[in-house]
Design a protein around this ligand. Structure first.
Ligand SMILES: Nc1ncnc2c1ncn2[C@@H]1O[C@H](COP(=O)(O)OP(=O)(O)OP(=O)(O)O)[C@@H](O)[C@H]1O
Ligand SMILES: [Mg+2]
Length: 325
C-alpha cells in the first residue's frame, strides 16, 4: 500500500451508537485506489458503502484507523477534503437537492459552477457536461421537473464541472434505467481514461461493477470479503458451479448441513420448504453419485439434479453469504 496513491484506507473502523446499541458499520477495512483507476465497492444493504464514502469525503469521522486522500489524513482535513480533492455524489440526497429548482438545467449548472469556483470557461464546460450525461436536449427544462434518473445525471454533470482529481460516487445509477446506466458508465470510463481522474464508486449492481471497474472490493457487514479484478471474478465463476437438487422426499435441512461440511461446497441452502437445495461448489468438486449417496444416507430421495455455471450475481451472493471464495 503506497501513501502516494490517491486514496489509501488503513484499518478503518466505524462504530455508530444508535438507539438499538452499537453498530460496527466498517470493521478494519484497508485498501488503496490507484491514480486513474475505477474502483468499485460492492456490497448488500448495510454493508457500509455509504459510511465508507462519507469518511473518504471527510464528512464523517472514523472511530479507528483512517483514510488518506492525496496523501492527506481525512481526520485532519475533514470537510476540506471536498473543497480540495473529492467531488462527492450521494444518490440518496439528489432528489432533495434539485426538487425545488425552477431554473433551466443549463443555467442551473452554470450557477452552481460559479458558486464553487469551477475554473475555465464555465459556460462551455457546463454545455459539455450536459452533453456528456445525455441531457443536452433538456437544457431549457427545470430540474424540478426531471425524473429521478435525470436528476442523478444532472448531479453527475455538476461533479464533472469541478477539477477534482477524485470522484466518490455512492450508488450513482441506482435510479436509472438500463440505457441511462450505460450512458453514465461510458461517461465515467471516459472521465477516468481521458482525464485521468480516480473514481471510487459503490454499487449493488454486479453488471455495473464488471463493466466499469478495474478492481472490485466486496464489502459485507463492514468487512472486506475480497478484492478482485473483473477478470479474477470471471476465473472465480469458471471455477464454480451451481448444483440444484430437487428432492422427492426427505429432510432437505439435514442434507444442507452435511453438504456444508464438504470442502468443495462454498454455500448450500434449502428453499421451498426444504424440497429444493441450491449448492455453490468448486467445479467438479461434488459428483452426482456422491450427492445421491449422501442424500440416500439421510433418507432423502433425489427427484432431479442439475449442474449450472453460475452468473456473477451468484458469485456475489455466495461471497456475501459465505466469506471469501
Ligand atoms: N447514522 C447512523 N446511526 C446508526 N447506525 C447507522 C447510521 N448510519 C448507518 N448506520 C448503520 O451502519 C451500517 C452500514 O450502513 P451504510 O449506510 O453505510 O450501508 P450501505 O452499504 O450504504 O447500505 P445501502 O446499500 O442500504 O445503502 C448499517 O447497519 C446501518 O444501519
Ligand atoms: Mg448506502
Amino acid at each position: 500500500m503506497r501513501r502516494s496513491d490517491p486514496v489509501v484506507v488503513e484499518g478503518l473502523t466505524k462504530v455508530y451508537r444508535g438507539r438499538s446499541g452499537e453498530v460496527v458499520a466498517l470493521n478494519d477495512v484497508s485498501f488503496s485506489v490507484r491514480g486513474g483507476e475505477v474502483f468499485g465497492v460492492l456490497g448488500p444493504n448495510g454493508a457500509g458503502k455509504t459510511t465508507l464514502s462519507l469518511i473518504i469525503a471527510g464528512l464523517l469521522e472514523p472511530t479507528r484507523g483512517t483514510a488518506y486522500v492525496m496523501g492527506e489524513d481525512v481526520r485532519k482535513l475533514k470537510r476540506k477534503v471536498c473543497e480540495k480533492y473529492v467531488a462527492l455524489y450521494l444518490s440518496g440526497y439528489m432528489r432533495l437537492v434539485q426538487s425545488f429548482l425552477r431554473v433551466p438545467a443549463l443555467k442551473y449548472l452554470i450557477m452552481v459552477g460559479s458558486i464553487h469556483w469551477a475554473r475555465g470557461d464555465l459556460r462551455r464546460r457546463a454545455e459539455e457536461a450536459l452533453k456528456m450525461v445525455g441531457l443536452w436536449e433538456w437544457r431549457d427544462e427545470w430540474p424540478s421537473r426531471f425524473s429521478a434518473g435525470m436528476k442523478a445525471r444532472l448531479k453527475l454533470a455538476e461533479l464533472l464541472l469541478y477539477d477534482m482529481p477524485i470522484l466518490v460516487l455512492d450508488e450513482p445509477t441506482v435510479h436509472m434505467d438500463p440505457a441511462s446506466c450505460m450512458e453514465v458508465w461510458r461517461v465515467l470510463k471516459k472521465v477516468a481514461r481521458e482525464e485521468g481522474r480516480t473514481i471510487l464508486l459503490t454499487t449493488q449492481n454486479m453488471e455495473e461493477a464488471e463493466y466499469l471497474c478495474d478492481r472490485i472490493l466486496f464489502l459485507n457487514r463492514g468487512r472486506v470479503v475480497a478484492i478482485a479484478t473483473p477478470h479474477e471474478l470471471r476465473e472465480l465463476v469458471v471455477k464454480r458451479e451451481r448444483i440444484v437438487v430437487a428432492l422427492r422426499r426427505g429432510d432437505g435441512g439435514r442434507l444442507v448441513e452435511k453438504l456444508r461440511d464438504l470442502p468443495a461446497v462454498f454455500h448450500a441452502e434449502a428453499r421451498e420448504g426444504g424440497r429444493l437445495i441450491v449448492i455453490e461448489a468448486a467445479k467438479d468438486g461434488v459428483a452426482p453419485a456422491e450427492l445421491i449417496d449422501l442424500a440416500a444416507k439421510l433418507g432423502c430421495e433425489v427427484r432431479y439434479l442439475s449442474y449450472e455455471k453460475p452468473s456473477l450475481s451468484d458469485v456475489f451472493r455466495a461471497l456475501v453469504a459465505g466469506g471469501a471464495a
